[in-house]
Design a protein around this ligand. Structure first.
Ligand code: FAD
Length: 302
């Protein structure tokens, strides 16, 4: 029986973990992948350029601090979380069921993958899933952005300030009439292709070409990089039945990172809060832990 269980080992989870350490809580962090998405890196060529992730140093420090406390972290998958009487029961794949007074869910999102030949092979070699992160590498390049989500459009707006040419390629066109969608279509170096099916990515060491089909015609674009932004799926399956989520499964939280279930808090990309950024996830994790701490002070049974 613990004070707190933190599910997830990304930016928000480790920020919550450091806060729990500072308050000397009896806590466990359970995660499948240490570091979460802050570990995702990519390059435009086979020579990995240095990349900058704001908050990366802080995150490495948090990881070291938490992991210095043996037994505070468990590498496992959480399958379900339930609340019985006043206790949470967190069921894992290999470590059985753990109990706690409070829980923080920091499980992040999974980007919808591009499922075409070349997509796996070129991941990190000219193909990425976060257009806005890599603008600095795209000076005078020719770039394709696949998708018309808000993130994709923000990526096009940003990249078009540096790149020579940007192709915005969308399977449908649901978002192109948004203010940002209209704004990017006026950029002189942006060309929009709607109703396209992506067929293939080609190249030798990194992405060099993108083949699409539009209304029965097949086109190939010569490109230096491609970014996929088809949407993000929240990793909220383990709590969807017990807390309120939006239509897509993002966990609703209030301004203290409390969910609709007392004692359960959530932070980072998995929540309805705006902004998938490491620094934002760190701040949210800390705030969720502060709220959980208040809850534990009021409800602790030992
Ligand atoms: C390609 C890419 C590039 C990015 N670049 C930047 C950037 O340059 N700057 C920036 O600020 N942000 C960037 N981001 C966003 C940033 O990485 C995220 O906002 C941040 O890492 C989110 O942290 P998180 O803790 O919410 O989730 P995540 O980092 O996704 O961590 C989720 C954690 O939960 C665990 N987990 C999930 N489900 C379960 C389960 N059922 N049981 C146990 N564990 C589970 C995972 O293993 C992982 O440890 C980028 C994102 C991507 C995808």
């Amino acid at each position: 029986m613990h004070d707190l269980i933190i599910v997830g080992g990304g930016a928000s989870g480790f920020a919550a973990g450091v806060f729990a350490l500072s308050k000397e809580l009896d806590f466990r962090m359970i995660y499948e992948n240490r570091g979460g998405k802050s570990n995702w890196r990519q390059s435009l060529t086979d020579q990995k350029e240095p990349e900058f992730l704001a908050g990366a140093e802080a995150l490495m420090l948090f990881e070291r601090q938490v992991e210095a406390h043996r037994d505070s972290t468990i590498k496992d998958r959480v399958t379900t979380i339930t609340k019985k009487d006043r206790l949470f029961e967190v069921k894992t794949t290999r470590h059985g069921v753990l109990q706690s007074t409070a829980v923080i869910v920091c499980t992040g999102v999974t980007p919808i993958k591009l499922d075409v030949p070349g997509a796996d092979m070129f991941l990190g070699y000219g193909l990425g899933y976060s257009a806005i992160t890599h603008t600095a590498l795209l000076e005078d390049r020719c770039v394709a952005v696949i998708g018309d989500t808000d993130r994709a459009l923000r990526g096009v707006a940003e990249i078009s300030q540096k790149a020579r040419q940007v192709y915005l390629i969308t399977p449908n066109a649901t978002n192109l009439l948004s203010p940002l969608g209209i704004a990017v279509q006026y950029r002189p170096n942006v060309e929009v292709f709607q109703d396209c099916q992506i067929r293939e990515l080609t190249g030798s060491l990194s992405v060099e070409g993108l083949t699409v089909e539009q209304h029965g015609e097949v086109y190939t674009f010569d490109i230096d990089a491609a970014f996929v932004d088809l949407g993000l799926r929240p990793n909220s399956e383990c709590v969807r039945k017990i807390v309120r989520t939006d239509r897509d499964g993002f966990i609703w939280v209030d301004d203290r990172n409390a969910t609709t279930l007392p004692g359960m808090f959530a932070a980072g990309d998995v929540t309805t809060t705006f902004g998938e950024q490491a620094l934002i996830a760190i701040g949210e994790g800390a705030r969720a832990a502060l709220s959980a701490y208040d809850y534990i002070l009021e409800h602790s049974v030992h």
